[in-house]
Design a protein around this ligand. Structure first.
Ligand code: AMP
Ligand code: MG
Length: 486
């Protein structure tokens, strides 16, 4: 029998030290009967953490925040945010804690953060808890997003707490341990700005610059360079979401990162049929965060970041506004470039000029929308069409003549089918499969969840026996709705 080593974890407290005005020291609530239900062993290894130790009682206590390494300073982070367009000056981690920072094997600083760890001074009316289903959803979907090569916060582990959480019905409670290059949000800057403390705002900007966009520090106007860098990172991120059909669902400014990573998986989902108006979140009545609105919303959120940064951009307000507007223009440019390059890759035409790719890709999307065609399946079937077999693709479409006309023009450009298979996934976490897996897990059967997780962690290579995971939703699946993970 091997003996588990003593806590091998060293946690930094850089955020708490550099920005104490935005960090309330706090502790997690005890979990009555903690049980590890998911652990990303590859991520643990990246972080230099021993998966065997993480599975031990001491490891699980770290993953629930109930025992923290000596010298660590767990904090609830303060932030503000626009939620569905309305500003709240004080949101913050109501049910989350930053345990501290880790240095990963690549030498990069990563936050270790908990969600569902109990009420904090920012909890307002909330109970500070999280239910198992939504935490497993975050584990599953963030794993899939990562496997697709898209920047994201990652889930290290989900621990069932043994506590019952009261929602519409009693549900098993859980704590998610997640890792991100930081948890700085647009809302963090809005908070600092709203305090009126310019020194705090400047320190926050310097902290963010050094952690995420260090090249900005040596620019002529470092704070403007930070804004530009965040705009570019968000533009590239949202372009990746759009290309793969990811709908974040709650793109409030407090859920928009400075690093350009996907964060705060709540009512998120992947498109089935291609339709820009698709909304999954049960609370998004106006469709503000519909799939097709995501680039415009990201730009709107960046405008809120620009407003928060204004006093640092230039001492003259008019000039500061002009600089901010230019930076927001960079977003549009970068988004277009990233989307077009990604569309070229999906069509197997990496060297083809954007002026050719863009209208061709848009025409195909129009055809998908007209026939309510599944986005993931049709792009994957396109590679077979490039190899000479358009049969699988045709099965998705009603208007065969329109498709053939498009295919003729596309084939004439010489698409590279093997390159397409490296960027068009076979497997994404399809909504009907996610629902099935989470319902079973909530009832105590983890097998469907583990199987689906295994499938989406290798999205690009087709595997025999997994046909069910590659198939579009059954026609009776209907209008899918997701719920915020509260
Ligand atoms: P989210 O929708 O997860 O981005 O959360 C928005 C805000 O509500 C954040 O300030 C959260 O910390 C807070 N919040 C969400 N759920 C809860 C909860 N159950 N208890 C306390 N605070 C919560
Ligand atoms: Mg949030």
């Amino acid at each position: 029998m091997s003996v588990a080593p003593a806590s091998p974890v060293v946690l930094g407290d850089r955020f708490a030290r550099e920005l104490p005005e935005m960090a309330v020291p706090w502790r997690a609530e005890e979990a009555p009967d903690p049980r590890l239900v998911a652990l990303d062993e590859d991520l643990a290894a990246d972080l230099g953490l021993d998966p065997g130790w993480l599975r031990s009682p001491d490891g699980v206590r770290l993953l629930t925040g109930t025992a923290v390494p000596a010298g660590a300073t767990p904090v609830a982070q303060a932030y503000a945010g626009h939620q569905f367009g309305g500003f709240s000056p004080r949101l913050g981690d109501g049910r989350a804690l930053l345990l501290g920072e880790l240095t990963d094997r690549g030498g990069r600083l990563r936050d270790l953060h908990l969600k569902g760890s109990g009420r904090t001074p920012f909890a307002r009316g909330g109970d500070g808890l999280a239910a198992l289903g939504p935490m497993l959803r975050e584990h599953l979907v963030s794993s899939a997003v990562h496997a697709l090569g898209i920047p994201t916060a990652r889930s290290l582990a989900v621990v069932a707490t043994g506590r019952t959480v009261r929602r519409e019905e009693p549900l098993p409670g859980a704590v998610l341990a997640r890792v991100a290059s930081s948890h700085l949000r647009v809302g963090s800057f809005q908070y600092a700005r709203a305090t009126g403390d310019l020194d705090l705002l400047r320190r926050l900007a310097e902290h963010a610059t050094s952690r995420h966009h260090p090249e900005a520090a040596s620019a002529e106007n470092p704070h403007l360079a930070l804004l530009q860098a965040v705009a570019r990172a968000q533009a590239r991120l949202v372009a990746r979401w759009m290309l793969v059909g990811f709908v974040h669902g709650v793109m409030n400014t407090d859920n928009t990162t400075i690093s350009g990573e996907t964060i705060d998986y709540g009512p998120c989902a992947f498109l089935d049929a291609y339709d820009p108006a698709t909304v999954y979140s049960s609370i998004d009545h106006g469709g503000r965060y519909a799939y097709g609105n995501q680039p415009a919303v990201a730009q709107w959120n960046l405008a809120r970041l620009a407003e928060a940064l204004l006093p640092l951009l230039h001492e003259d307000e008019e000039q500061a506004v002009a600089l901010a507007q230019d930076a927001l223009g960079d977003f549009r440019h970068e988004y277009q470039a990233a989307w077009t390059a990604g569309a070229a890759a999906k069509l197997g035409l990496p060297g083809t000029p954007g002026e050719v790719v863009r209208p061709l890709a848009e025409e195909l999307l129009t055809l998908l929308q007209a026939d309510r065609v599944d986005l993931t399946s049709s792009f994957r079937a396109l590679a077979a069409a490039a190899r000479g077999d358009a049969g699988p693709l045709h099965r998705h479409f009603l208007d065969a003549a329109a498709l053939d006309d498009w295919l003729g023009r596309w084939r004439a450009l010489g698409p590279d089918a093997d390159a397409m298979d490296r960027v068009n996934p076979v497997y994404v976490p399809r909504n009907h499969l996610v629902e099935e897996a989470l319902a079973a897990a909530t009832d105590g059967d983890l097998a469907p969840f583990e199987q689906l997780l295994d499938v989406v962690r290798a999205p690009f290579v087709e595997r025999p026996g997994l046909e069910r995971y590659a198939a579009p939703a059954p026609p009776d699946f209907g209008a899918y709705r997701t719920f915020c993970g509260t």
